[in-house]
Each structure stands twice: as C-alpha cells, then as structure tokens.
Design a protein around this ligand. Structure first.
Ligand SMILES: [Zn+2]
Length: 233
C-alpha cells in the first residue's frame, strides 16, 4: 500500500522539485543541492595543503598572510562557473551554504589554518540590497558550521560614494572607491587570527585592500580563503 508520506513526498517533489544545481539530476540526497557526480567532478585545487601555493603567491609582497587558499579552479563554460552563477545571480543560497561547508571541511582538515574567526569580504551596501545577500557571508555561514568558529561581520564596512566625489568621472570614482574599506571596531578583532573570505580571487586587489585595513587592528594575523581561483593565475 502506498504510504501517505510517499504521496506527500511525491507531491512536494512535483511542486518543489529537488534537483542538483549542477546538472539537474534528481538523484541526490535530501540534504544536498549537488549530486555525488557533480561534487566529484568539481576541480579541487588542494591549495589548502600547500604553503607557497599560487593563491599565496598572488599576495606576496602585497599583504602579509599566514596562509591563503582557493577551493576550486574557475574556468569558463565549466560546472564551477555554472554553480557560481546559480549562487550569485539566481539566489541559490542553499548551494552557497553547501559550498561553504565543503570549504570549511577541507580547510579545517588541512591543519594549516588555525583561525579564530571568519570575516566575509563586504559588498557595497547598495549592491547587497540589490542582490539580497552578500555571497561571501553565505559561504562563511557554511564554513562556520564545519569549522566551529564565529563569523565577525559588520567589523569592516565598504562605504558608498560620498558627495565630495560627485564631481569626478564615474570610472575614476569607481576606481577610487573600489579599494576602500573602513574598520569600524578595531578592538573587537585585536589579537585574532582572521580568515578573510570571498567567492573568487583574480588579481587579489580587493582582498588586499580589505586585508590591509584589518591588519590595522593590534595583533591581528590574517589568512585568506576563496571559493574559486580564476584560471588566469
Ligand atoms: Zn549533478
């Protein structure tokens, strides 16, 4: 006899299909938004295991870090690009949480990142409002679950354009603000080893600007983790 629960589950599946965010397959665990095949196919860098890895090299001479890593290689037309799109522009927060959990598990297991807290790289407020969330914060939530450490958001902010800048050209203004961060409460992070988190690292300029602001607090040590690294590195 068909159980009531099975009918309910099938009905729910019709209304809210539970499918893999990578390939659309419906063969996946209830608590996962990625099927095993997609998880297996994602190109892991394993950088978390190696001092002097290519992501650490990006920051050499620019930002003093204890360690840096990126979880996956990002290439065009790839599964990772598709997932990033789902996560950033299609509001798939569940996917971001799961990717964050994967990052957290790998980073913790490496034993190379003895960090006290996670700091999501802030977005401009207007951009965060438009998108509905900061993707770095979602990754941090997933990471915090598997690393058992707190997230310190709101410690560092990214201010909007100010009136004094309205006379400048738009591109110049944007350049001027891009690298600007303000540490609002330095005491709250002093003497901590912080892991600064973002979705992707390419040139490292934004992470560098944010990281240098964090290092203004007394006794702060810094590491960096991103979900992916552009293949240009
Ligand atoms: Zn899949």
């Amino acid at each position: 006899m068909i159980q009531l629960k099975e009918i309910k589950d099938s009905f729910l599946h019709l209304l809210f299909p539970h499918i893999c965010a990578g390939c659309g397959s419906d063969i996946l665990n209830v608590e996962s938004v990625l099927c095993m095949r997609c998880i297996h196919e994602m190109p892991e860098t394993n950088f978390e295991l190696y001092p002097g890895n290519p992501v650490e090299k990006i920051f050499w001479g620019r930002l003093p870090l204890l360690g840096a890593t990126a979880q996956f290689y990002f290439t065009k037309e790839s599964l990772v690009q598709h997932l990033m799109h789902q996560f950033k522009y299609k509001r798939n927060k569940e996917l971001g949480l799961q990717l964050g959990r994967i990052m957290g598990t790998r980073i913790k297991r490496s034993g190379r990142f003895e960090v006290d807290a996670l700091i999501p790289l802030p977005l401009f407020r207007a951009k965060e409002r438009r998108r509905g969330y900061n993707q770095a914060s979602i990754l941090c939530k997933g990471m915090a679950e598997t690393m058992n450490i707190p997230i310190l958001d709101k410690m560092i902010i990214r201010p909007q354009h100010t009136d004094s800048q309205t006379k400048k050209g738009r591109i110049e203004r944007w350049k001027n603000m891009e690298g600007k961060f303000i540490l609002s409460n330095p005491e709250s992070i002093s003497n901590k080893h912080l892991l600064l988190v973002d979705d992707v690292v390419t040139t490292g300029a934004t992470l560098e600007a944010c990281g240098n602001e964090l290092l203004k607090a007394a006794g702060v040590q810094l590491s960096v983790a991103t979900l992916c690294v552009s293949s240009r590195v």
